[in-house]
Design a protein around this ligand. Structure first.
Ligand code: 5AD
Ligand code: SF4
Length: 439
């Protein structure tokens, strides 16, 4: 048998990309590739790119430029660009960077083996179509080597919301949900390989409506069926839109014990004027009411969110409204960004706020969110939580895992095993994680 070729994948951006990179590795595994952790000895380098934030394409071009020496040293080295920048730039990548052999959009990874063959034969291959077929159904199910106790599982892709700032509806296309049976099959497969926690992924995951028994199933029904899988202990999902938070999903947070008490529910802004300009189709008030209902179902729910400051037209008052909403809701953890124009999106046509103003707002918002995060972590001290241990920590003898609330928790105890769910008492906080001891 020929020696295995080495594949190096560098993944940027969201968890969907992490999942996709694993699937690409499996697809190319069937073509004789094994993954390597270094670009230096690779026969193929794939950049799985993200287009969500500023200068994404420029960063990819500068990263590609750095592979010049590698390609000079190894003329057989093939270089590919995948993901959302590939989708957005398409053939332009080939024109601007002659080093690139292959450009593949997020919807056509299952065609990678054929593209790889063409590329090995000396061609340059581009595929950024939105095909009818489900890319995941056409990927080989390889052994997932070295798999830990947690896994991502993509159940839905694309987005029909068209928030005015966002490229996702253009790079990932319209909302598509995978059929229930496929998801259940993949989940059982993961559990058989030792996975105890699954995070269901989708750009708009709570809009999930996949073909199941007797018609379309929503996310809540899917979660309830997944929860029946023996050995699967924890279920999470991300990312959600407030308008798709249906009654049965709210109820599931209250009565499905395997659904973890953590929810990432982006609001983006606390100003109704800005929410309207963003085409979010909800108000600050309706979001707050939704949070109240979720907390009525699950009082200890830890909330996470996304915020954008400096959106075109945002006044001081609009920004104050965002701070007010953050104070009202109380987040355990959150992401905040300075608005940056994405070419092709409606907001890109509008005049932005001055950069110094946006930077100052971002600083103030982040200070408040960090304060809330620390307060939420400090509130855990003295409490008992269940931790799923995932890997050794930085210090010797240390193990780290996640609480139900997705807090990183570390203990120093030689008896703790990877994959174990153990009850621990939180003893302290170290900036971003919690220290604990076994109970
Ligand atoms: N500028 C800044 N932040 C953005 N996000 C999406 N598009 C932009 C943009 N153009 C943020 C949103 C989204 C998260 C994934 O990235 O907050 O929820
Ligand atoms: Fe982008 Fe999310 Fe809005 Fe869809 S709902 S357009 S993915 S920010």
């Amino acid at each position: 048998m020929a020696e295995a070729k080495k594949l190096f994948i560098k993944t940027y951006g969201c968890q969907m990309n992490v999942y996709d990179s694993e699937r690409m590795a499996e697809a190319l595994g069937a073509s004789g590739y094994v993954t390597t952790t270094s670009a230096d000895d690779a026969d193929m380098i794939l950049l799985n790119t993200c287009h969500i934030r500023e200068k994404a394409a420029e960063k990819v071009y500068s990263e590609l430029g750095r592979f010049k020496a590698l390609k000079a040293a190894n003329p057989d080295l093939k270089i590919g660009v995948a993901g959302c920048v590939a989708q957005a730039e398409g053939e332009e990548i080939m024109r601007r960077q002659p080093l690139v052999d292959l450009v593949v959009g997020p919807q056509t990874y299952h065609r990678l083996p054929a593209m790889e063959k063409a590329v090995r034969a000396g061609a340059r291959a581009v595929d950024t179509e939105f095909p009818e077929e489900d890319k995941f159904e056409h990927l080989p199910r390889g052994p997932r080597a070295g798999r830990g106790p947690t896994a991502f599982l993509t159940v839905q892709e694309g987005c029909d919301k068209f928030c005015a700032f966002c490229v996702v509806p253009y790079t990932r296309g319209a909302e598509v949900s995978r059929p229930v049976a496929r998801i259940l099959g993949e989940a059982r497969d993961l559990v058989a390989r030792g996975v105890r926690e699954i995070t269901l992924l989708g750009q708009n995951v709570n809009a999930y409506h996949g073909a199941g028994e007797n018609g379309d199933w929503g996310l809540a029904r899917l979660i309830r069926d997944l929860a029946k899988i023996e050995g699967l202990e924890r279920i999470r999902f991300t990312t959600s839109h407030p308008n798709d938070m249906e009654d049965d999903l709210i109820a599931a947070h209250g009565d499905e014990p395997k659904l973890m008490p953590y929810l990432h529910l982006p609001v983006q802004s606390g100003s109704d004027r800005i929410l309207k300009a963003m085409n979010r189709k909800h108000t600050a008030e309706s979001y707050v009411r939704l949070i109240e209902r979720l907390r009525a179902a699950r009082p200890d729910l830890l909330l996470s969110g996304d915020f954008i400051v400096g959106f075109p037209g945002e006044t001081d008052q609009d920004f104050e409204d965002t701070l007010a909403l953050v104070r009202k809701v109380g987040y355990g953890q959150a992401y905040s960004f300075k608005y940056s124009a994405r070419p092709g999106t409606p907001a890109a046509e509008r005049a932005g706020v001055p950069d110094e103003v946006a930077s100052e707002r971002l600083q103030r918002l982040q200070a408040l969110l960090t304060e809330q995060q620390y307060a939420a972590q400090d509130a855990m001290i003295g409490r008992e939580v269940l931790v799923l241990f995932e890997k050794p920590g930085r210090e010797t003898g240390q193990m780290v895992g996640k609480s139900e609330y997705l807090h990183a928790v570390h203990v120093t105890d030689p008896t703790v095993q990877i994959g174990q769910i153990a009850r621990v008492r939180v003893t302290g906080r170290t900036s971003n994680s919690l220290a604990a001891e076994l109970v």
